[in-house]
Design a protein around this ligand. Structure first.
Ligand code: C2O
Ligand code: CU
Length: 483
């Protein structure tokens, strides 16, 4: 070969190599682009979990719009929440630039009793991206679930939306925006909701971090709640942050009496702390001693003294952590998980690729990057088993909307304590959990990580009932952006 030919050949080879790299990369880039508007019911690919791909669906299909709460009847609880973007002061005085409901964050405590018809009107006065309210942990009818682009359009500035549902299961819950939630929840667009009559010993403690300042009920440092010695305190702790947090009572032995709005069966009193997943709730119970109690959130520097005004113990959280896999005593769960109609895997990983055209190291579900993720398809009445495994290098608090699931096992070890019902389950790196639930609430339901930036990074899919459709679109004219 002459020099000239060799050089030309060399250039061709180089070009070939470049194309061999660029063409597939370009393909990956192009196929990762999320359309400006898409139907969340047609996202990804259907995973039938070994069940039929058609069959006992509602005849002719059903729209989420029709899966609404009671339309008639006078509400027992009637609340209006006005959402604003504004600078506001925490209860402890610091200024935060974020979001409020009725002028404060957290928003007001909504209280209902089992059986009540709850009506909440959300008015968006000035949240520029729009807002919604999602009832985290309350298994409401689908149309009331408050997910922008899935069950409604985001409420624009000047707009309003009415939510109506019957309070069916007593417990500790919270509400938050599900429009641009990674920004709006962090900025304060949330509040507590308790379905139970108020008892003399009730204390609600919503934990949230504003601009790096962790608070209990919007207060940094230490606050106090006066309760006479001898009262049975029930402390409803809500983790509204993006990361797991150890919480606990010191001053007397305490019991974990409820998790994620479901009572624990046969709880025993002890002195261990609880690791509370992001989005999760735990109800702690203790009899107030003469020396008082103290709720600690993460560190002794953030606490709530509970007891007689002049007394409160000091100290750190105990080193031990309650293991809900073995805590309490078994109770019937009401269905047989060994007779599952569908069995799903929700495998969380991480790999390099493009997410909506942006290169990065992104979360994967069953090896797929968002939006090409599995949609878990079910039919009403199915018994569903799901194994969630995580090899992504980070922990993920996994939240399924509209359902409570019971934990069957962790890392292959069967649960032996109280039936452990969850709506938000922390799945640590290299952990696996097997859960089961009954598909008893038709709709199109989010199933995502509640470290909300992770959901925005694609750790998000849906549980979908066959035959259910939605008129709403993610993106589009309403600028719906649930994560
Ligand atoms: Cu607390 Cu999908 O939400
Ligand atoms: Cu996550």
């Amino acid at each position: 070969m002459s020099d000239v030919r060799r050089r030309r050949w060399g250039r061709l080879v180089a070009l070939g190599i470049t194309l061999a790299v660029l063409v597939p990369l370009g393909y990956l880039w192009a196929t990762s682009l999320v359309p400006g508007e898409y139907n969340p019911a047609e996202m990804g690919y259907a995973d039938y979990g070994g069940g039929p791909s058609s069959g006992h669906e509602h005849h002719g299909g059903m729209s989420v719009v029709d899966l609404a709460g009671p339309r008639n009847g006078t509400p027992d609880v009637d609340v209006t929440l006005v959402a604003r973007k504004q600078k506001f002061q925490l209860a402890s005085g610091e200024t935060v630039d974020g979001y409020t409901l009725n002028g404060a964050s957290p928003g007001p405590l909504i209280r209902a009793r089992v059986g009540d018809l709850v009506q909440v009107t959300l008015v968006n006065e000035s949240v520029p991206d729009g807002a919604t309210l999602h009832w985290h942990g309350i298994d409401v009818p689908n149309a009331e679930d408050g997910v922008a682009g899935v069950t409604q359009d985001a409420v624009p500035v000047g707009g309003k939306h009415v939510y109506r549902f019957t309070a069916e299961e007593g417990g500790t819950y919270w509400y938050h925006s599900h429009q641009v939630s990674s920004d709006e929840v962090k900025g304060g667009l949330f509040g507590p909701i308790v379905i139970a009559p108020k008892t003399p010993g009730e204390v609600v403690a919503a934990i949230h971090t504003y601009d790096g300042k962790r608070t209990i009920n919007g207060r940094t440092g230490s606050a106090s709640v006066e309760l006479p010695a001898g009262t049975t305190a029930r402390v409803r702790v809500i983790n509204t942050d993006n990361a797991i947090l150890r919480v606990g009572l010191i001053g007397a032995p305490s019991k974990v009496v409820a998790v994620d709005g479901r009572d624990v069966h046969g709880p025993t009193a002890g002195t261990a702390a609880v690791a509370l997943a992001a989005g999760g709730r735990v109800d702690l119970e203790a009899v107030v001693p003469a020396g008082g109690l103290r709720l600690l959130a993460g560190t002794p520097s953030l606490s709530l003294a509970i007891g007689p005004s002049d007394a409160a113990p000091t100290g750190d959280l105990p080193g031990e952590t309650v293991d809900l896999l073995t805590y309490g005593t078994p109770a019937p769960i009401g269905f047989d998980p060994s007779e599952a109609d569908r069995t799903f895997e929700y495998r969380i990983g991480r790999r390099p690729g493009f997410l909506d055209g942006v290169p990065g190291l992104w979360w994967t579900i069953n090896g797929h990057l968002f939006p090409d993720v599995p949609m878990f398809m079910v039919a009403e009445g199915d018994v569903v088993r799901m194994t969630i495994t995580n090899t992504s290098g980070q922990a993920h608090p996994m939240h399924l909307h509209g359902h409570h699931a019971v934990v069957l096992s962790r890392n292959g070890i069967a649960a032996t304590g109280s039936s452990w019902w969850v709506d938000t389950l922390e799945v640590g790196n290299d952990e696996s959990y097997e859960i089961a639930f009954v598909a008893d609430n038709p709709g199109l339901w989010m199933d995502h990580c509640h470290n909300l930036p992770h959901a925005a990074e694609g750790l998000m899919t849906h549980l979908m009932y066959q035959g259910v459709s939605t008129p709403y679109r993610v993106g589009g004219d309403a600028h719906n952006e649930p994560e």
